[in-house]
Design a protein around this ligand. Structure first.
Ligand SMILES: Nc1ncnc2c1ncn2[C@@H]1O[C@H](COP(=O)(O)OP(=O)(O)OP(=O)(O)O)[C@@H](O)[C@H]1O
Ligand SMILES: [Mg+2]
Length: 441
């Protein structure tokens, strides 16, 4: 009976307000287009980020870091998301926020260790024996559930796979029958069954299909049904840690992810990976650990990270902050961006600038489209003015309430004006409260 572990590449995505960001919007020479990929303006920072992407892809930035520093709402998180998009599917990008290290149920350093290891990919190429072909015939035999006679469960399957040159009928047990049912495999589909593990992948269908749930169209494979094929997939060091810690004890299976992975397991995994690399079986793909609001990290976390960056198997660190000179958390020391000097020394710094009116206007326009809100030119102009005076976020935030005030119809300037009366920007709100404090004295 094959025991199969799903090993998926982790990819943290907390988009929502960044859903419009599809990349960095650079041309082939690395120059930023004014509006592209959902990005507007901020050209110097975007171009710098583009260079960083190139370095990351070449593996030239491994063990180093980048700091995105600039005022709030100037697109630091947006640019980091853009970098993630540009890196492509198999380069891991892990996003955490500085404050998360305190709220997690595990130790701060353990949380960071796991985050670092999720951000390092191992691209493994493996030759595997597979059955591959078009499903010519599939017959799933069912039997009654041992405890509940009203329920039928699959017991076995007889399946005929066909290629241009070959045809084979195989009989397989319950696990494979289950997978086939769950994946909705039907006649005409092209599938692969791993001969050792029994894991099934669906490659597409040979049939012409239409509609919402159409499958990818593929050709009928050629060659023999049972063959040796090379597979390439990327897992992260953390995936490998998990798999190994599970294999280590039955308890981890019951208690799941809450248990700490021991350092011995990590060392064992590192050794194995290094060996794979030496034998040419694997390639290391250093990814990115993005820590937003990095001024929330404390001195312990920073020194842990600084040490971790020295490690051979280290990802690229991208930090973002909107603080100038501020205290390093956990100390009485002030430091630029609240980051200890020895860490700052390792970072390439990219500054983001406050937005001009034209830029605010374009970003608001993009967000309105993304949120499905129709807005008049006059209202847009007004929001852009407000955004320049207050903040980009405030302008974007007014969109949703204004749309409600407009009854879901086109948003006009009046609706924005009303929304503005209901919801204050930070400056107005502070002034208001300060005035009241004066009254009470
Ligand atoms: N240049 C840009 N192009 C398109 N959208 C942008 C751009 N800059 C910012 N945005 C959008 O504006 C909003 C605020 O930007 P973002 O969250 O990136 O700011 P930030 O610099 O990370 O601010 P903070 O310091 O408060 O975290 C987000 O919805 C973001 O996607
Ligand atoms: Mg941010």
């Amino acid at each position: 009976m094959p025991l199969i572990e799903e090993v998926a590449t982790h990819r943290f995505e907390r988009i929502g307000s960044h859903s419009h960001i599809k990349g960095l919007g650079l041309d082939e020479n690395g120059k930023a287009k004014f509006i592209a990929d959902g990005m507007v303006g901020q050209t110097r920072a975007r171009e710098a980020a583009g260079i960083a992407v190139k370095l990351i892809k070449k593996g030239k930035l491994a063990g180093k870091g980048i700091l995105l520093a600039g005022p709030t709402g100037s697109g630091k998180t947006a640019i980091a998301m853009g970098i993630a998009r540009e890196l492509g599917e198999d380069v891991p990008f892990v996003q955490i926020s500085g404050s998360e290290i305190y709220s997690a149920e595990i130790k701060k350093t353990e949380f960071l260790k796991q985050a670092l290891r999720r951000a390092i990919g191992v691209r493994i190429s493996e030759e595997r024996k597979v059955y591959e072909g078009k499903v010519e015939k599939i017959q799933i035999n069912k039997t009654k559930h041992p405890f509940n006679p009203y329920v039928e469960i699959p017991e076995s399957v007889v399946i005929t796979l066909k290629t241009k040159d070959d045809e084979k009928t195989i009989r397989a047990g319950r696990e494979i029958a289950y997978q086939l049912l769950e994946m909705g495999v039907e006649e005409g589909d092209v599938i692969q069954i791993d001969a050792e593990t029994g894991r099934i992948s669906k490659l597409g269908t040979t049939k012409e299909e239409e509609g919402l749930f159409f499958k990818k169209k593929t050709e009928m494979p050629s060659g023999p049904v049972l063959k040796i094929k090379e597979f390439t997939y990327t897992v992260t060091l953390h995936d490998l840690d998990l798999v190994n810690s599970r294999a280590g004890g039955i308890f981890s299976l019951f208690f799941g992810g809450g248990l700490e992975i021991t350092d011995e397991i990590r060392e064992k995994v590192d050794e194995t990976v290094k060996q794979w690399i030496e034998e040419g079986k694997a390639i290391l793909v250093p990814g990115v650990l993005f820590i937003d609001e990095c001024h929330m990290l404390d001195i312990e976390a920073f020194s842990f990270l600084a040490r971790a960056m020295e490690n051979e198997l280290a990802p690229i660190l991208i930090l973002a902050t909107n603080r100038g000179i501020t205290k390093i958390r956990g100390t009485d020391l002030e430091s630029p961006h609240g980051i200890p000097i020895d860490m700052l020394d390792r970072l390439l710094i990219i500054n983001t600038e406050p937005y001009k009116k034209e830029e605010v206007k374009e970003i608001v326009k993009i967000r309105a489209r993304e949120e499905g809100i129709e807005i008049s030119e006059e209202a847009l102009e007004y929001l852009a003015e407000l955004g320049e005076k207050t903040s980009l976020r405030y302008a974007v935030q007014l969109l949703a309430p204004a749309s409600i005030l407009a009854g879901g119809k086109k948003v006009e300037k009046d609706h924005i004006e009303k929304a503005r009366q209901y919801f204050a920007d930070i400056k107005r709100s502070t002034e208001y409260v300060q005035n009241l404090e004066g009254m009470l004295r």
